[in-house]
Design a protein around this ligand. Structure first.
Ligand code: FAD
Length: 483
C-alpha cells in the first residue's frame, strides 16, 4: 500500500472497529463522532500531506521493499542527511498543529524503526522475537499504520510492585500461554490517541524493576486496537464544539487519552517482542536506541509549540498595545530564549549524531535529554506568561454566535483594542484561551509534565547516567593546584 492518504487512514479506522467507550456510549465510528472527528480529520490531513504535490518528496521516501513511496518517519537513518530529511518531515507535521498534536504517528514510527534495527536485543530473549520486530516494522511501514503505545500500569498503589497489588487483575500480566500465543489480562494506563490509532505497542515501563515476581508483568508486544477482548475507555472529551473560532484547538487536535483494558486477549507469538524477562524489559528503552529517535520528534514538537506560543504572545502584546512595557518585553523574551534553547538542543543532537551499535544514525542523546527534561518546566511557565499578558482579554471573548446577534454592534464598539478590531481580537484571544485556560489547555500542560514519564524519575535517571566523574576530578584538581 505505501504512504496512505487521509481517506485511507479514516477508512482503516472504520474497518478496525475497536471497542471505544465514552461514558455510557460505545462509539461505533470514531471518524464521525463529535468527540473525535475533529482530530481524526486533522490526522487525515497529515496523511494527505504525503500526497501534496509540493510536499511529496519531503514527506516520503522509496520503500526498501517495493520502491513505492512510504512515510519518511519510517526511514532507518544511516546518514546525517537521512536524519535531516526526517527532521524536515516531522517539522511539516508538527507545524500543522502548532505542536499541539503530540501524537502524530511519527512519534511511534521511529520507535518501531529503532526496535527493528535492534532486533538482536530481542533475540537475547527468544530467537523468534528479533524476527518479529523486523517483520512488524516492515508491515507497519508498508501499510503506513498509525500506532500508539502504552507503558504504565494503573496507579493502584505505587508503594507496591505490580505483583503486590491488592487486586491481582489490575496491572497487565500474562495469565496463560498456548500454541497460538500468550494471553494477557489487566489494564494499562494510558494510551493517548488510542481511538484514532490502528495498532498499539504494549511495551515495558522504563522503571520496571528486575525481580522474579515481575516475570509475568514483563513483556513487549504489538496488537491491532480492534483485537477481541480489548477496550479503550476515554476520558471526557475536550472538544466542546465544532466552531474553529470558539474552540480553535480542541475542535481540531483533541487527541484523546484512554485506559486500555485487556480481557484475556490472545497475543499471537509473531507479535511478541519480549516475554517474562524483567531484566531485558528494564534495559529495553536505554539499549535499543528507541529513546533518542523519539526524543528527536519530541524536540521538534517542543520547537513548534514554543514558536506557536511565542507568536501568540507577540500578537497579544501588539493587539493590546502593551509591547513597549519592559515587563511585557521581558516575558516575551523569556519565550524567545526558550525557543532558541530548544532549537539549539535539536540542532546539537542532529549535528553530533553518530551511528549507534545497531548501525542506525542516532541523534545525540545528551542535548535531547536536556530538552525533554527542561520542557516540562518551561511550558507551564509560558502558559503563565500568556495569562499574565492577556489578563481579562482571556475572559472577555463572547462566543462567535454573538457576532450574528443583536448585540454585535456593542461588541464591535466595546471590544476593539489598540491594534485590532473586535472580531479579530476575539479570534486571537479565543486561540490564546485554548492554549492557556480551556480544558484543552490544562490537558496540554499535564501532557507536557508527564507524557514522557514522571519528571522526577526522569531527572533521577539523568543524574545516574550522566558522566559526573570528569567534573568531580576537575574540582579536585583545582583544589590541589598551587597557582
Ligand atoms: C496527558 C497524558 C498523556 C499520556 N500519554 C501516554 C501514552 O500515550 N502512553 C503511555 O504509556 N503513557 C502516557 N502517559 C502516562 C505517563 O507515562 C505517566 O503519567 C507517567 O509515566 C507517570 O506515571 P503515573 O501517571 O502513573 O504517575 P505515578 O508514577 O503514579 O506518579 C505520581 C506521583 O508519585 C510520584 N512517584 C510515584 N512512584 C514513584 C517512585 N517510585 N519514585 C519517586 N516518585 C514516585 C511521582 O513523582 C508523581 O509525583 C500520559 C500521561 C499524561 C498525563
Amino acid at each position: 500500500m505505501g504512504a496512505r492518504t487521509g481517506s485511507e487512514y479514516l477508512e482503516g479506522l472504520r474497518q478496525g472497529n475497536a471497542e471505544i467507550w465514552l461514558g455510557d456510549e460505545r462509539i461505533t465510528d470514531v471518524t464521525t463522532h463529535p468527540a473525535l472527528q475533529g482530530c481524526a480529520r486533522s490526522m487525515a490531513a497529515l496523511y494527505d500531506m504525503q500526497h501534496t504535490e509540493n510536499l511529496r518528496d519531503e514527506m516520503t521516501y522509496p520503500s526498501p521493499t517495493t520502491g513505492d513511496p512510504v512515510g519518511l518517519s519510517f526511514i532507518t537513518p544511516r546518514t546525517h542527511e537521512d536524519l535531516q530529511k526526517r527532521s524536515a518531515m516531522m517539522f511539516n507535521w508538527s507545524r500543522f498543529s502548532g505542536g499541539m498534536l503530540g501524537r502524530s504517528s511519527d512519534y511511534i514510527n521511529v520507535e518501531i524503526m529503532a526496535a527493528a534495527a535492534a532486533a538482536d536485543f530481542y533475540n537475547q530473549n527468544d530467537p523468534r522475537f528479533g524476527e518479529n520486530a523486523r517483520n512488524y516494522y516492515e508491515y507497519a511501514r508498508e501499510n503506513d499504520l498509525c500506532m500508539t503505545h502504552t507503558l504504565v500500569n494503573p496507579q493502584s498503589n505505587r508503594a507496591l510492585t505490580a505483583s503486590g497489588h491488592p487486586s491481582a487483575d489490575v496491572a497487565l500480566r500474562i495469565v496463560d500461554e498456548n500454541a497460538d500465543g500468550m494471553v494477557v489480562r489487566g489494564a494499562r494506563i494510558l494510551a493517548t490517541l488510542g481511538p484514532l490509532a490502528d495498532e498499539i505497542m504494549v511495551f515495558p515501563s522504563t522503571v520496571l524493576k528486575a525481580a522474579s515476581d515481575t516475570n509475568s508483568f514483563a513483556f513487549a508486544f504489538t496488537i491491532p486496537c480492534g483485537t477481541r477482548g480489548m477496550k479503550f475507555i476515554c476520558r471526557e472529551s475536550l472538544a466542546y464544539g465544532d466552531s474553529q473560532v470558539d474552540h480553535p484547538l480542541s475542535s481540531r487536535f483533541e487527541e484523546m487519552d484512554t485506559i486500555v483494558v485487556f480481557d484475556d486477549v490472545l497475543v499471537p507469538w509473531d507479535r511478541v517482542f519480549l516475554k517474562s524477562d524483567p531484566n531485558l524489559c528494564t534495559r529495553h528503552f536505554p539499549e535499543t536506541g528507541c529513546l533518542a529517535h523519539m526524543a528527536q520528534q519530541v524536540a521538534i514538537k517542543n520547537v513548534c509549540k514554543t514558536e506557536f506560543v511565542l507568536g501568540i504572545a507577540c500578537s497579544i502584546a501588539e493587539a493590546l498595545g502593551s509591547n513597549e512595557f519592559q515587563h511585557v518585553q521581558e516575558k516575551i523574551a523569556e519565550c524567545m530564549v526558550n525557543l532558541e534553547v530548544m532549537k539549539a538542543c535539536l540542532r546539537a543532537s542532529e549535528a553530533d549524531a553518530k551511528i549507534d551499535k545497531w548501525g542506525v544514525m542516532a541523534p545525540d542523546r545528551a542535548p535531547l535529554d536536556a530538552a525533554r527534561n527542561i520542557f516540562p518546566k518551561l511550558y507551564p511557565r509560558m502558559i503563565e506568561i500568556l495569562q499574565l499578558l492577556s489578563a481579562s482579554s482571556l475572559m472577555m471573548i463572547p462566543p462567535d454566535s454573538a457576532m450574528e446577534s443583536p448585540i454585535a454592534e456593542d461588541i464591535d464598539r466595546y471590544l476593539a483594542v489598540a491594534n485590532r478590531d473586535a472580531r479579530s481580537r476575539i479570534k486571537l484571544f479565543r486561540l490564546a484561551w485554548d492554549v492557556a485556560c480551556s480544558a484543552f489547555a490544562g490537558r496540554q500542560v499535564l501532557y507536557e509534565r508527564f507524557f514522557f514519564g514522571d519528571p522526577v524519575r526522569m531527572m533521577s535517571v539523568l543524574y545516574h547516567t550522566y558522566d559526573k566523574q570528569p567534573l568531580i576530578d576537575r574540582v579536585d584538581a583545582f583544589l590541589t593546584r598551587n597557582n
